[in-house]
Design a protein around this ligand. Structure first.
Ligand code: KG4
Ligand code: ZN
Length: 318
């Protein structure tokens, strides 16, 4: 069954055609991110106005690229939550109108769970190992840092989450403090890559006895360090970026692996924008291997927001 997925939760307008929940025939995305960059964050009104003007063309492009028509589509899956309310409304209204006029079922999908589901997606000619459940799922995005115990595609139990900033949000805020630009994740990663042994270390709150995270303290730590040292000779933001990244990565990796051990899970499924970070991918894979756990990351294009993950999980939510 072909499912048309529609995703408009943040700055992106995305549509995809996915067959039987796993095979991605098209994955179309248009983003208004560049328009927001000068403000250092997403302007919701600008995002939703762009989505309104792009959505029809994006859906048509997804159908065209997959070489299917509306008649071939079995159902329409759409991001229901969480997200910017005006942006979500554009996607949901469009999907509802399509569902009504085409007489096809409408499937509401949770964006966060879909980020984890992205690990099950592949192209028609691509062979990817299908992860085995039960698993521990970690979503690390701009708005969320959530740890789940997953026994089936319908059974996600939230076992931990951030108590303040999301991991991606911390990357964005630290990049702003260091005047590196927006979005912060890719630029911090690039800056940090020039350093192997950072001369400065930061710490994330460990919150022992829980699977919760906290990234607000480390952001303040970077701010104070920057305010104190930025004008001193030899100060190098690359060391700060690297020290910050290392500590965030360590916190994500440690909590995830201890959840695997406590719940006897042999699979880890990572998702969300921060999953694109190579230092994180490397550290997570290494520690998982050490504990005999298989760690999966989505293909890069399915890490950040996309509609293929919505169509994919939608198949299991019918
Ligand atoms: O999942 P996503 O595309 O959108 C949300 O649902 O939030 O995640 C966006 C977040 C941003 O905070 C961005 O800075 C972060 O993911 N990000 C990264 C990287 N690429 C994107 N963080 C660290 N390293 C990266 N390479
Ligand atoms: Zn997302």
């Amino acid at each position: 069954m072909y499912i048309l997925g529609i995703e408009t939760s943040c700055d992106e307008t995305a549509a995809a055609i996915v067959k039987n929940g796993q095979t991605v025939f098209s994955n179309t995305i248009v983003s208004s991110l560049k328009e927001h960059a000068k403000f250092g964050g997403i302007i919701p009104e600008v995002a939703s106005r762009r989505q309104l003007s792009y959505i029809s063309a994006v859906v048509n492009k997804a159908l065209h690229s997959a070489n299917v028509t509306f008649a071939d589509v079995g159902a329409i899956a759409v991001t229901q939550k969480p997200g910017l309310i005006g942006s979500l409304l554009v996607g949901i209204s469009f999907a509802e109108a399509l569902s009504y006029s085409l007489k096809k079922p409408l499937i509401p999908v949770d964006h966060i769970k879909a980020h984890i589901y992205a690990n099950f997606l592949h192209k028609p000619d691509e062979h990817k190992i299908t992860p085995e459940l039960p698993a521990i799922g970690l979503v690390v995005s701009g708005g969320h840092t959530s740890l789940y115990k997953i026994t089936s595609f319908k059974d996600f139990t939230l076992i931990g989450q951030t108590r303040d900033d999301a991991a991606g949000e911390a990357f964005d805020k630290v990049a702003k403090i260091l005047s590196l630009g927006y979005p912060g994740g890719p630029v911090i990663e690039k800056t940090a890559k020039t350093v192997t042994n950072p001369t400065v270390r930061f710490n994330c709150a460990k919150l022992p006895g829980s699977y919760d995270f906290s990234f607000s303290g480390i952001k303040t730590g970077v701010l104070y360090h920057h305010q104190e040292h930025a004008t001193q000779p030899g100060y190098d933001v690359a060391h700060v970026a690297c020290g910050f990244q290392q500590s965030v990565v360590e916190s994500l990796v440690n909590k995830t692996i201890s959840a695997c051990q406590d719940f006897s899970a042999k699979t880890v499924l990572i998702g969300g924008g921060v999953a694109a970070n190579k230092a994180f991918r490397k550290a997570m894979t290494k520690k998982a291997e050490h504990h005999n756990i298989t760690c999966f990351f989505p293909t890069m294009e399915y890490c950040t927001d996309n509609a293929a993950m919505i169509a994919g999980l939608g198949y299991h939510n019918r």
